[in-house]
Design a protein around this ligand. Sequence first.
Ligand SMILES: Cc1ncc(COP(=O)(O)OP(=O)(O)O)c(N)n1
Ligand SMILES: Cc1nc(C(=O)O)sc1CCOP(=O)(O)O
Ligand SMILES: [Mg+2]
Length: 201
Amino acid sequence: MKLDPFYLIVDSAAWIERLVPLGVKLVQLRIKDMDEAGLRREIRVAKTICARHGCQLVVNDYWRLAIDAGCDYVHLGQEDLAEADVAAIRHAGLKLGLSTHDDAELDTALAAAPDYVALGPVYPTILKAMKWAPQGLDRIVEWKKRVGTTPLVAIGGLNVERISGVFAHGADIAAVVTDITLNADPEARTRQWLAATAEWR
Ligand SMILES: Cc1ncc(COP(=O)(O)OP(=O)(O)O)c(N)n1
Ligand SMILES: Cc1nc(C(=O)O)sc1CCOP(=O)(O)O
Ligand SMILES: [Mg+2]
């Protein structure tokens, strides 16, 4: 199944409950600093909401909990990947998205035959400190040549105004956090993202 070109990333099931009913079809639950019981609860609620709305849920980092909860997609960064049991993830039938930030990381990612590759940060991000300089749009062109038919996710500093640029340079999917979650009207901004990504859907 083709992944939606609009990839929303949020840090709670409450955000998923709020925004997925608007028509979001690809969402990542990215929670940091929560105990295991809380994580299990958040994943369970997120999964229920996403199933109700036909939205693909991707669980960030916590691949074991995702397997336990019967989820079918996880996202891992390079450090996560180094410690993960990819065979167990695959054996459980989960799909796998991987982060990349440089050539060596892309080599590592492609060796794991991911279901999508993410490249970031395309633009400066305020979400978290990153050791990589912004990649810029030309890097997307380079990455798309290397990943071939594997879907390419652009992430980092994206906003509605920057969407067409990342798709024009070869991204298949645009991922976003703060342009929506820190917006004064997250629902309205989500609708703008849905409209702005419609031609790539
Ligand atoms: C779609 C997407 N791309 C990149 C990331 C970042 O993953 P990672 O490098 O593991 O960092 P954290 O998000 O875990 O802080 C992502 N989550 N999603
Ligand atoms: C979580 C994350 N990973 C990145 C990477 O480059 O791997 S950039 C990023 C933050 C994305 O948030 P925003 O849309 O607010 O910039
Ligand atoms: Mg991670």
